[in-house]
Design a protein around this ligand. Structure first.
Ligand code: GNR
Ligand code: NI
Length: 175
């Protein structure tokens, strides 16, 4: 397994629309293993392939609190088949929007069809943080970030901050 670099805003690649996986083969499984390791190291509770620069419809997640009882989940070509009318609000963060958090409303429950690690078709019935997280990750597959739901002012302030951080980091390496 290998760690991969997580792309951060502003980066045009994060805005790409990811494409379906046609065959779940060894290469796809290696990518998923790398994504999981990268997510654990970050640390985060979810990661979409586009966040490591691969525009494929692949998501890894692990919502377990305990490092000793890992519960990895793999979603390939996920499709939402049902969303609740009722919303819930969560304070969201994103590994591609480092150190920024905001309350976001999303449907409280959803059902998702997907292929698992072995390419088997499965259905997820999600509520709570699981529902929020899978919807956050599925947004990544469309090139959408949680900051896109904020006011223009809040979003531009966050992007400005992140651009400044990136520039300062580059300068430090140059000097
Ligand atoms: O680690 C993460 N935490 C999180 C918290 C609330 C809602 C969504 C998330 S996903 C995020 C990791 C990430 O950026 N996945 O794309
Ligand atoms: Ni994210």
């Amino acid at each position: 397994m290998a760690l991969r670099e997580i792309l951060t805003e502003p980066n045009k690649i994060l805005r790409e629309k990811s494409v379906n996986v046609d065959i779940v083969n060894k290469d796809i499984q290696i990518l998923m293993d790398d994504m999981l390791e990268t997510m654990y190291a970050a640390p985060g509770i979810g990661l979409a392939a586009i966040q490591v620069g691969v525009p494929k419809r692949i998501i890894v997640m692990d919502l377990s609190r305990d490092e000793k009882e890992r519960a990895p989940m793999f979603f390939i070509n996920p499709k939402i088949t049902w969303k609740a009318d009722e919303d819930s609000t969560y304070e969201e963060g994103c590994l591609s929007v480092p150190n920024q958090f905001a309350k976001i409303d999303r449907p409280k429950n959803c059902n998702v069809n997907y292929l698992d690690y072995f390419g088997e078709p499965k259905t997820l019935v999600a509520e709570g943080l699981l529902a929020t997280c899978i919807q956050h990750e599925m947004d990544h597959l469309e090139g959408i970030l949680f900051i896109d739901y904020l006011s223009k002012l809040k979003k531009s302030m966050i992007i400005k901050k992140l651009s400044k951080n990136k520039k300062e980091n580059v300068d430090r390496i140059v000097v």
